[in-house]
Design a protein around this ligand. Structure first.
Ligand code: SUD
Ligand code: ADP
Length: 292
């Protein structure tokens, strides 16, 4: 009998808006973010094996740490620790790393979320999304968002998730100028930590209404990230010049995104930006809507 194997997608997370509203006693920041997920992402293939293995291929494989420091391995360990019936299970995992690393699009968190979801299924563990999110947040504040992988608002340090109903799929282009930005350094450089929360959500959820609403939002990490990596300002200029209805940085950067009227204009912008900046990561796609 062939052993079962699973292919799991690890989509990029895009913070369409991110407001920093406070700080906890342990130094972690309180945020309010509206996050969506793109079609573009990493891919994990998981299979039962006699010993644990992790093979990494893909355009950004070389940007990852060697050894046991990969978030995928940490997620696998964490799942085995939490479920005694899984302690003897081993797995081989093949990661195709399509997303840039330390890029503000949660690539590592999404890989870890895919590992938790995939291995829980492969090992037939009786655990739902909320149980996985409780384990996941120990690996990173972005994990609960990446486990949900649908349009959402996250509060707290990112663990308090509210899925959005009727949030539309949006044509989008991600643009990364090729500079890794450490999340911790960006939070440490903030000048203010008590900014206003997100405005009340739009009552209409058509594309025009949500883009108009997003124009009134911010990414409070953007100025600090630009101070660390001035190439981000250049990426925002390139997005603005490409016909985007709205351009902004995602997460702690350096990836920026543009929102477009149609998938065709997004693909046109992708082609133009790739030609102008051949070394940059540029990816067009539609974000996953609430009803997908
Ligand atoms: C900024 C966001 C927005 O979605 O995304 P990315 O830029 O990482 O994609 C997240 O909050 C990042 O989540 P994640 O990358 O999982 O962060 P963690 O590994 O838990 O934390 C890295 C470091 O960032 C800081 N940190 C992170 C989250 C948070 N709410 N407050 C913080 O102060 C802490 O200094 C922490 O040591
Ligand atoms: N599978 C993984 N993919 C990406 N980064 C990883 C992974 N495992 C560990 N890391 C480490 O996690 C850190 C954050 O990476 P990443 O999730 O790509 O950042 P961001 O959330 O800013 O996009 C990086 O310093 C990277 O070395």
């Amino acid at each position: 009998m062939r052993s079962p194997s699973l292919t799991v997608h690890a989509p990029a997370k895009i913070n369409l808006a991110l407001h920093v509203t406070g700080r906890r006693a342990d130094g972690y920041h309180l945020i309010e973010t509206l996050a969506v997920f793109s079609q573009t992402g990493d891919v994990l293939e998981l299979a039962p094996a006699a010993t644990d293995a992790l093979a990494i291929a893909g355009p950004f494989a070389d940007a990852l740490p060697d050894g046991g420091d990969n978030l995928i391995e940490r997620a696998r360990e964490r799942l085995r620790d939490a479920f005694p019936q899984a302690r003897d299970r081993r797995s081989s995992i093949r990661l195709t790393k399509n997303l840039p690393v330390a890029a503000g699009i949660g690539g590592g968190s999404s890989d870890a979320a895919a590992t938790l979801r995939g291995l829980a299924a492969l090992w037939e563990l009786d655990v739902g999304e909320a149980g996985l999110a409780r384990l996941g947040v120990e690996l990173g504040a972005d994990l609960p968002m990446c486990l949900a992988a649908r349009p959402l608002i996250a509060r707290g340090i990112g663990e308090d998730i509210h899925r959005l109903a009727d949030w539309p799929a949006l044509p989008l282009v991600m643009v990364n100028p090729g500079v890794a930005v450490p999340t911790q350094a960006v939070f440490a450089r903030l000048e203010r930590r008590d900014n206003a929360p997100l405005p009340a959500l739009p009552s209409r959820r058509d594309e025009k209404s949500v883009v108009d609403w997003l124009a009134d939002c911010r990414n409070d990490l953007q100025p600090a990230a630009i101070a660390l990596a001035p190439q981000i300002a250049e990426a925002l200029d390139v997005v603005a010049a490409s016909g985007a209805r709205l351009g902004r940085m995602s997460g702690s950067g350096a990836t920026c995104f543009g929102l477009y009227d149609t998938i065709e204009t997004a693909r046109h912008a992708e082609a133009a930006i790739s030609k102008e900046r051949p070394g940059w990561f540029v990816a067009a796609g539609e974000t996953t809507g609430s009803n997908a």
